[in-house]
Design a protein around this ligand. Structure first.
Ligand code: SAM
Length: 343
């Protein structure tokens, strides 16, 4: 389908990640390491009706892929009700969920019945004691039960997300591939990113795509890239000699901003056009003060059409050069140069 709205780099407004809560029942060291946070006020959290309406507005602008996420989306009461509502919009061709899996066993059947087709479960380690230490959760068995339930209710596709962190789980790559394969799932190794709560991030803890491929190649033999996938998908996929496949999301060492068609809606209705964006635009306020769908659509269209975000590519420079602006960042935006600013 031809994109209805393109940004200034000809990237279509194609997919939307919808966070349904900022709360989480895990404390992964790379994401949300603190015990307590300042939570979004409940009154500001979008209702399911508001989310569904916004999804409809985005769908009218060409967004055909929606992913529900969070925080931990399954902490949102009756999430299957939202799934059912979104599924009634025929323009949404792909609706998926990303979850840590802790509560999935109890909800998989309802989600499937509501029309959810695809699920991604985050699983960084097969060792419960590692999860306890790294994510301060003792519920590893519940995650495995959730994956089992997802398999049992017959989602069309089941993926496992594993963030690879040096010194934590880089020795589990083969085990994770085999675990996924045994469950008709596909694992995606994610490079450790320096976003949001990744306060303990350092470049030496990132296991780059190249190293992941070398490690796996050493074990399995020749690994070949899979061709013909959706060009906007964040993961690059690879095949083992026996045909089993896996993906790598190399946002840190090989960013893919040029192919990015994603934007993000926070649980309180802020819309972000890049994971690294400093701030978004507020869609909740217009919604609640009576704006029409056409007016909300105009806000979205105007923002996307002016978009030039290349956040991960700019961070790539920062990662290499350490805290201050790196050369790549300066080159990307000359206005950061001291002399351009008038010194
Ligand atoms: N709670 C859900 C879950 O665990 O899947 C959904 C939200 S979580 C923020 C979405 C994905 O982001 C997870 O797969 C998680 O591992 C990944 N993630 C979080 N922080 C990350 C980081 N610093 N680097 C790379 N991936 C990260």
């Amino acid at each position: 389908m031809t994109a209805l709205v393109q940004d200034r780099l000809q990237r279509p407004l194609g997919s939307l990640r919808v966070s349904v809560t900022d709360r989480c029942n895990m404390r992964c060291r790379y994401c949300m390491p603190e015990a307590e946070y300042v939570w979004l006020p409940r009154a500001q959290i979008l209702t399911f009706e508001e989310v569904t309406r916004l999804v409809g507005v985005f769908a009218g602008l060409g967004v055909a892929k929606i992913r529900l996420t969070g925080g931990e989306p399954l902490l949102r009461h009756e999430l299957s009700t939202l799934v059912r509502a979104i599924r009634t919009d025929g323009r949404v061709r792909d609706l998926a969920l990303t979850t840590n899996g802790i509560l999935l066993a109890g909800q998989a059947a309802a989600l499937r019945a509501a029309g959810l087709r695809r699920v991604t479960v985050s699983l960084d380690t097969l060792h419960p004691e590692r999860m306890a230490q790294f994510a301060r959760s003792t519920r590893h068995a519940d995650v495995l039960a959730g994956i089992g339930a997802a398999q049992a209710v017959g989602f069309e596709r089941l993926k496992l997300n594993s963030v690879v962190v040096r010194g934590f789980n880089e020795d589990e790559l083969v085990d994770l591939i085999e675990f996924a394969r045994a469950r008709a799932a596909e694992v995606r190794f994610i490079e450790y990113m320096d976003v949001g709560g990744a306060t303990q991030w350092s470049l030496d803890r990132v296991v780059p795509q190249r190293e992941i491929l070398d490690l796996l190649g050493h074990h399995y033999g020749s690994i070949t890239p899979v061709t013909g996938d959706d060009p906007h998908a964040p993961a690059e996929r690879f095949a083992l000699p026996d045909g089993a496949t896996f993906g790598i999301i190399a946002s840190t060492t090989a960013p893919f901003c040029g192919a990015c068609d994603r934007s993000r809606l926070t649980a309180d209705g802020q819309w972000l056009t890049c994971l690294y964006a400093q701030q978004g635009i507020d869609l909740r306020e217009p919604l609640r003060s009576g704006a029409s769908d056409a007016e909300v659509a105009a806000l979205i269209r105007e923002r996307w059409m002016g978009r030039t975000d290349r956040g991960a590519e700019e961070r790539l420079g920062l990662a290499q050069r350490q805290p201050l602006y790196p050369v790549a960042g300066l080159r990307a935006d000359p206005h950061r140069e001291m002399h351009t600013r008038g010194g």
